[in-house]
Write a protein that binds this ligand. Sequence first.
Ligand SMILES: [Mg+2]
Length: 171
Amino acid sequence: MSENTIAFDLDSVLADVIITWVDEYNKRNNTKYKKENITEWEIPNIIPITEEKCKMLFTFVWTTEEGLAGTLKKIENKGYNILLLTKRDKNTIEYVIKWLELHDIIFDGISFIHNKISKHVYPFDVLIDDYPMNLIGIKKPKKGILFSQPWNHKFNWKYRINKLSELEKII
Ligand SMILES: [Mg+2]
């Protein structure tokens, strides 16, 4: 069994929240936005919503890739420790725990980050994240893998996946 630790971002990686977020926004505002329209990290720059309401909607909506629990199990079977690394408000922690239980997500450790320190300083060998700024500081032998989302299409990065099930080819 290897000692490698693989770290997963939660928002928009393990949980593709933006799809449900946009649906819910459309319902509430009678609009027809799609995930593909969210081409910038700061959503209030693109569609009319305050930063605070934007955050509230994220707390409200959570969804995930099909077969996620099985994918993570396979990764664990390869000998990886699974670490979840998530930056979020303290008041959302209980919802995250419920969501992890609901989807049978296995993990060896979880870190809720409340400061502005970049994720690259955390003790992992591989990080999967959709936010380019979290990958930029990663140096060999650590590896950063970008999870494709409409807001990072223009970011040039060596390792990129569209689904977590594609991870097996890279790690
Ligand atoms: Mg994210």
